[in-house]
Design a protein around this ligand. Structure first.
Ligand code: AMP
Ligand code: MG
Length: 421
């Protein structure tokens, strides 16, 4: 092995990359366009949610003390003073010995401290208003029963959503209830995607002898999108200094915040890419102690970080997941960068290496007892993309000589679960 290669553990490589990635600047977007974006501000509640005490049930607003003795065999009879639908303000306070018919969400009338649901009155479950002007309460309630307190969800001044949070549908809903038509999110990084290799043919061109399809540009493009980046697809670069340089200049001119190349970082291609990259900036070639995906490169070209992914289609995707994904998330200011790992029983034997962690494509399922299991999805060659298609996780096979036997509990990185930590 050439001495220019730096040997690194996976975690060390991740830290090294993340240490040189900066979070991008914030921008303001309409709330309905904020799904999947990362919040760039701490959101403090400007108002209470709910804004006033209100009924949690359809029923009768009462004074709990008035119905303290009520029971199925000794109903308490109250005069029905008024009807209070949701969306109206109570016109008058509750009179002693009376009840106000109230709908879910209607404000509690002054003087009332509990709600008796219809089901516990002689109105029953029909919801039909009786004509007598009276209601018979069949059950006692305590003060506060079936009442939603002002501010019980969110209190004015409270920090409700922290900067760095991924905006999902519940966050969008909460921001709406706080009357935020626009929110500050971090700008999405523009990520240039460049495939290199004389053997590559694009998907709209005929295949010629000795040529293969360029798939990395497409899987990497999709991965960039999946994690919130804006992909910039560059045309394939042949293995010449001129073409690789030209493509990189093109990506930089298009405003790339991050560069992803695939191919050309293995020992055979090393000199070409090294020459290009050393002209434009500083690059280190790494041998990360992982499989698939050992060779990679990282550096800065004209100030733009560049991650050189290996060429093999699975390696390119797995290395993307370990290093490009957290970098893209950090650029968006995301607090949570790590894919969740769950412990599962490995259902197949897996060859292991003394000096490299393996990330094996696996399908993780839960059996009827609730136990997680991980079955390898087939041949694990670095070029076999079909076994990546069937996988929903990467089983982490620790460094050890020999193998890990079926039945062993292993950690599995869940590729389609949202980040934690
Ligand atoms: P390299 O790292 O350039 O030596 O490439 C390693 C292997 O990955 C070779 O078999 C390449 O043909 C293959 N490969 C490289 N780039 C791509 C690509 N964009 N799409 C599909 N396969 C690729
Ligand atoms: Mg190549």
């Amino acid at each position: 092995m050439r001495e220019e290669f730096l040997f690194m553990e996976v975690e060390q490589a991740r830290q090294e990359i993340l240490a040189s990635i900066e979070t991008l600047e914030p921008e303001e977007v309409p709330l309905l366009e904020a799904l999947g974006r990362t919040l760039a501000e701490d959101v403090l509640a400007g108002e209470n949610i709910p804004p006033f005490d209100n009924s949690a049930m359809d029923g009768y607003a009462v004074r709990a003390a008035d119905v303290a003795d009520a029971g199925p065999d000794q109903p308490v009879v109250l005069a029905v003073q008024a009807d209070l639908p949701a969306g109206t303000a109570p016109a008058e306070p509750l009179r002693p010995g009376a009840a106000i018919r109230i709908m879910t969400g209607a404000p509690m009338p002054p003087g009332a401290d509990a709600v008796v649901p219809f089901e516990q009155t002689d109105e029953g479950t029909t919801g039909a208003r009786r004509a007598t002007g009276e209601v018979r309460i069949m059950r006692a309630v305590r003060p506060g029963d079936n009442v939603r307190r002002a501010g019980e969800d969110v209190r004015r001044g409270e920090l409700v959503i922290q900067r760095g949070t991924l905006l999902r549908p519940p966050e969008i809903g909460l921001l709406a209830s706080l009357a935020r038509p626009r929110v500050r999110v971090t700008r999405r990084p523009r990520v240039a995607v460049l495939a290199t290799g004389d053997e590559l043919v694009d998907i709209d061109q005929p295949l010629a002898p000795g040529k293969i399809r360029n798939s990395n540009s497409y899987s990497n493009y999709a991965q960039v999108l999946k994690y919130g980046g804006i992909p910039l697809l560059l045309p394939i670069a042949r293995d010449t200094v001129a073409e690789v340089t030209d493509r990189i200049e093109q990506g930089i001119a298009q405003g790339a915040d991050l560069f992803l190349t695939s191919g050309g970082v293995s020992v055979g291609d090393y000199d070409l890419v090294k020459r290009v990259l050393h002209q434009l900036g500083h690059i280190d070639f790494w041998q990360v102690r992982m499989q698939p995906g050992k060779p990679m490169a990282f550096g800065h070209l004209r100030g733009v970080p560049l991650l050189g992914l290996p060429g093999n289609p699975v390696s390119a995707m797995v290395v993307f997941e370990q290093f490009a994904r957290p970098a893209i998330l950090k650029m968006q200011g995301r607090r949570q960068l790590r894919k969740p790992e769950i412990e599962a029983t490995l259902l197949d034997d897996a060859k292991s290496y003394a000096d490299r962690v393996r990330f094996l494509r696996a399908i993780v399922t839960q059996d009827i007892t609730g136990q997680w299991t991980a079955r390898l999805t087939g041949p694990q060659g670095s070029g076999i993309l079909s076994s990546m298609v069937r996988a929903n996780g990467l089983a982490i096979i620790p460094k050890q000589p020999g193998k890990v036997s079926a039945g062993t509990r292993v950690w599995v990185q869940m590729l389609d679960w949202p980040e934690v930590e």
